[in-house]
Design a protein around this ligand. Structure first.
Ligand SMILES: *Cc1c(COP(=O)(O)O)cnc(C)c1O
Length: 367
């Protein structure tokens, strides 16, 4: 990338923003991904101009030509992060530069242009400046931010698009576990893979999600909340869930997470848990974990806790692994102590209740 073009967004105010009463009704029970704020951010890229036309506009539908490349070839990447309200009324982001850099790596893999970090964080700041009243206050509530980028060129030939759109939308989110953290069951997909060697598994792209939907449906049919994927080459090594990374707590206190294989998404929560677990005195090991180790370790007690992590659900205890003809239950099936301690350590930093020793937080709105 050459030096970043200046970031000076224009602002077109929504003439019909939600009234205070409408907003209160939404924030009373936002759920996840149901409601969107009054505005959105857009910018476009062409080879001649680079990134240009940064703008805040009223939230609303995009008009796309039926021949828009993304609709045919899925040249698209996205990100997910949250804005957190602190008790003093300020609003903060958690490691936004890590999301910006991951989006750049995802874009590279999908042959999309890289959005400069200043633009990525600038887009969030400028959206929050107009829609700051949408950040929900209260326990484990947040404003979920969804940056995304797609091939917006009207062209059916197969090559990287010469017209690309970057957008940012925001959606208030309630607590993921409104009535207390509950351990989930995971379905082991033996028929399908999420990603293969040299594929797009390490990129956060919509295509990975498209291919995980059928196995996810299978998981739901078997009463499981999520699906676990194995590596595509040997069908032996544990990779991750459809949208969360995995952790195994051992009886000796050590914590193991599958090493980044090229087909595992580098979760920012995953990375943060490594640091926090070390802070709490655990030995953390990144290595390959076989599916037999998972099954046998939970059976013989050498694995005492299993959990999954990602921005949306933070840290989710895993009760059991199910497959065609069997089930492996971790410990007694309750949320484990190490899992819950790590979860608290992370959310306490995000909500400003614990010292930010790793300098992870960025303030975006004052009190
Ligand atoms: C986004 C995502 C994760 C979690 O990443 P975080 O940065 O922790 O939110 C894990 N796996 C997949 C496939 C993902 O898309």
């Amino acid at each position: 990338m050459t030096s970043a073009p200046p970031f000076e967004p224009t602002v077109e105010r929504n003439p019909h923003p939600r009234t205070a009463g409408e907003l209160d009704a939404i924030l009373a029970d936002p759920g996840f991904g149901n409601h969107f704020t009054d505005h959105m951010f857009l910018a476009k890229w062409t080879p001649d101009e680079g990134w240009a036309y940064p703008r805040i506009v009223p939230y609303g539908p995009l008009s796309l030509d039926p021949a828009t490349a993304v609709l045919h070839y899925a040249q698209e990447v996205f990100e997910g992060l949250k804005a957190y309200a602190h008790d003093d009324g300020s609003t903060w982001l958690f490691r936004p530069e890590a999301n910006a850099e991951r989006m750049q790596r995802s874009s590279h893999r999908l042959a999309l242009p890289e959005l400069p970090t200043e633009w990525f964080i600038g887009s969030i700041r400028s959206l929050l400046e107009v829609d700051g009243r949408w950040v929900p206050r209260g326990e484990e509530r947040s404003l979920y931010l969804r940056p995304f980028m797609f091939a917006s060129e009207r062209f059916l030939g197969v090559r990287p698009a010469q017209h690309v759109t970057y957008g940012l939308i925001a959606s208030p989110a309630g607590a993921y576990f409104p009535s207390g953290v509950k351990p989930v069951s995971i379905w082991l997909s033996t028929e399908f893979n999420r990603a293969g060697p040299g594929g797009t598994g390490a990129a956060k792209c919509g295509g990975n999600y498209a291919s995980s939907l059928l196995p996810q449906q299978e998981a739901t049919e078997h009463g499981c909340a999520q699906v676990a994927f194995l590596d595509a080459a040997e069908h032996k090594w544990v990779e991750e869930l459809g949208g969360m990374n995995l952790y195994f707590v051992h009886a000796d206190g050590s914590i193991v997470t599958p090493s980044l294989s090229g087909s595992i998404l580098e979760g920012i929560t995953r990375d943060s848990i490594i640091a926090l677990a070390r802070d709490l005195g655990h030995d953390v090991v990144e290595r390959r974990v076989s599916i037999d180790e998972w099954r046998e370790g939970t059976a013989d007690g050498s694995i005492t806790e299993v959990f999954a992590c990602g921005t949306a659900a933070v840290v989710t205890p895993v009760k059991s692994l199910k497959w065609d003809g069997g089930e492996a239950v971790a410990a007694d099936g309750e949320a484990g102590k190490v899992t819950m301690d790590l979860r608290s350590a992370l959310v306490d930093i995000q909500y400003g209740r614990a010292a930010d020793r790793h300098n992870w937080m960025t303030r975006v709105l004052g009190p």
